[in-house]
Design a protein around this ligand. Structure first.
Ligand code: TEU
Length: 606
């Protein structure tokens, strides 16, 4: 596997993101002025001296510490970017995105500061679940292009220092996959045992009470062979039988096929449903109903079985042969369960996604602080995610309708300055919002058709990338498969490129910082002001470099106490690197005024 030089990716030192209008009275020194390439604005750096009065120099770095991390693997320093290929860029103007479209946007991604793209399934598929129903793991769906287009994409990406990650749907295939067609053909078919076939409990009765997460039964009767097959997702997505060694071997071979083509790793889909209890024990009913209004089940017999970890280890051992990375779609109930996915001997997933923050209700600094403390105490390299193709976009989820852009910038500054890798979702960087269907007949995602109106499906977070303020947001000349929202007029790449205060400019600066600042890449996470319920304050410290991050998660102005004495810094001089403020930063004594929903990032000098 070819390695990319890292040095070139870290060329720009970004000293300060405040433009000239926001230079403030407390500035003591102007460090430099330069032009940013396409945002074309002057950037002036400022030094903020926080007054210290009668402070003793403390002895040690205090509070929530994590080990400093040096000797990183490439993926630890990388910014990952999820591309939903149907919606990214449409090169052949049929309303659906494709691989050539992605290739045509690689320069944009490189400029943004992306180091790896994860492409959601682009393999041949009947598209019942928009690619997550794979009918051939070793080819490209003609809708997206050819294997040659894929090879070209990998080669062009490599030229730009961008790696390609594919999405491996490990739990199930499409019912149109040749394996399932064979399996279904008779009870004695060669591949009968590649899937989970069972007799019903009695006439018209499925083998047990398990449910599909997409709102249907989990068992479908095949009238020809008079047995039921199991599917945790849609009936068109039969579960593979991972207890069959032939299945395991075939699946491991799929990963080899792609590693040999230059793929840098996989995002493993739906790993927690790989195994089921062979005795098919009924799941116990628990209180409440699910999102389809059915009685809730404790899915202890068809989810998160311990055997999942055996499969992860096997996938990892093949990945290690190729120096590849495995990212897991790891929906966990807590940090301890997440920790298990790294493997007791660090021999499972390098990057199990921390999806826990996507479930937080509202913005509460103390909840985030507690979570970060638990994650850092767990001792592994975290992978943070705030949005993806299955959940309401972060812009909409966190937005209050009044400060949406501010909140989106604040959340970006927050999660991009944590110790760990980040996985962005396309359009996040321009403030794309959900565009949910308003009528059942407009819904494309079967889950939304089944669950309407309670469960409206995932179309809203999968709409076309907004490249321009023109027709179809510049995504395609044809009517896109999903509608573009009105907000594309203001939130699009082309307009935001020209605006130094746009979301895109803000993201570009954040990503540049992640690449240039050792403290952000390698530094410990040190939590400060632990009793502040509204403002998160932390340091990232590496050797004698430190960066201070202050994040106001509330709708009101807050005073943040800037006291780094607990971290051994009595009289810090802060060089402002980036803020999301509308006005110049204000301090008084040891307090920094934080605008509602804002972030402040500064380099700490002694
Ligand atoms: O999602 C798995 C998963 O956990 C889903 O149940 C998720 O909670 C659901 O989408 C919420 O509505 C993965 C993919 O990310 C998803 O797009 C696929 O539909 C699913 O697997 C089946 O392959």
């Amino acid at each position: 596997m070819g390695q990319f030089a890292r040095s070139g990716e870290r060329a720009t030192i970004l000293r300060c993101a405040q433009d000239n209008r926001s230079i403030c009275p407390w500035e003591t020194k102007e460090i430099g002025v330069r032009k940013e390439s396409h945002v074309n604005r002057k950037i002036a750096a400022a030094v903020l001296v926080i007054l210290s009065v009668c402070l003793a120099v403390p002895q040690a770095w205090a509070q929530t510490k994590s080990a400093g991390a040096e000797g990183h693997a490439w993926w630890q320093d990388a910014v990952f970017y999820e591309v939903y290929p149907r919606s990214f860029a449409d090169s052949d103007n049929n309303g659906i995105g494709d691989l050539r479209g992605i290739t045509s946007k690689l320069d944009y991604l490189k400029e943004l500061g992306v180091n790896a793209i994860w492409i959601t399934p682009c393999f041949p598929s009947p598209q019942v679940d928009f690619g997550y129903d794979v009918s051939d793991y070793e080819a490209i769906d003609p809708m997206y292009g050819t294997l040659a287009d894929f090879d070209k994409l990998v080669a062009e990406a490599k030229k730009r220092g961008i790696r390609v990650i594919l999405d491996f749907v490990v739990n199930h295939t499409s019912d149109q996959h040749k394996w399932f067609i064979n399996s279904k053909s008779s009870r004695t078919a060669e591949k009968r045992d590649w899937y989970i076939w069972r007799d019903g409990k009695g006439p018209g009765q499925p083998p047990n009470n398990w449910l599909s997460t997409f709102g249907t039964a989990a068992w479908t009767l095949d009238p020809k062979t008079n047995q039921y097959y199991y599917h945790y997702f849609y009936p068109q997505q039969p579960d593979l039988n991972w207890r069959n060694p032939a299945v395991e071997k075939a699946m491991l071979d799929v990963t080899r096929f792609w590693y040999k083509r230059g793929v840098a790793g996989f995002r493993l889909d739906a790993v927690d449903t790989l195994y089921e209890d062979p005795n098919l024990t009924d799941d116990p009913e628990v209180e409440g109903t699910d999102r389809f209004g059915r009685p809730s089940l404790d899915e202890k017999y068809n989810k998160k079985l311990p055997e999942v970890h055996d499969a992860m280890r096997k996938l990892r051992s093949v990945a290690d042969e190729y120096g590849a990375v495995l990212i897991g779609e790891t929906w966990t109930t807590d940090v301890s369960e997440l920790k298990d996915y790294y493997g007791a001997k660090n021999d499972e997933l390098q990057m199990p996604m921390d999806l826990l923050m996507t479930g937080f209700q509202g913005l509460h600094a103390d909840e985030y602080r507690k979570h970060l403390a638990a994650v850092n105490a767990a001792g592994h390299w975290p992978t943070y995610v705030i949005t993806n193709h299955d959940i309401v976009r972060s812009y909409t989820r966190y937005g209050d309708g009044k400060h949406n852009d501010d909140i989106a910038k604040m959340m970006a500054a927050f999660y991009m300055t944590l110790r760990g890798s980040v996985i962005m979702y396309y359009g996040e960087e321009i403030g794309m919002e959900n565009n949910d269907p308003k009528r059942r007949e407009d819904v494309q995602d079967p889950e939304g058709k089944i669950g309407w109106p309670k469960e409206i499906g995932r179309d809203g977070e999968r709409t076309p990338m907004q490249w321009t303020d023109g027709v179809n947001a510049g995504f395609s000349k044809a009517k896109p498969w999903l509608p573009v929202p009105e907000s594309a007029k203001t939130h699009n790449v082309s307009s935001e490129m020209k605006d130094p205060n746009s979301m895109l400019s803000f993201y570009r600066q954040l990503l540049a910082m992640r690449h240039t600042e050792a403290a952000l890449r390698d530094g410990e996470y040190i939590s400060l002001n632990d009793s502040d319920a509204k403002v998160l304050t932390y340091l990232r410290k590496y050797k004698d470099e430190a960066i201070l991050v202050v994040v106001n998660m509330s709708a009101s102005e807050q005073k943040a106490r800037i006291d780094l004495s607990a971290a051994g810094i009595a009289a810090p001089k802060l060089s402002v690197m980036l803020t999301s403020f509308h006005e110049a930063p204000r301090t008084s004594g040891r307090e920094l005024t934080m605008e509602p929903y804002s972030a402040f990032i500064a380099k700490v000098g002694k």
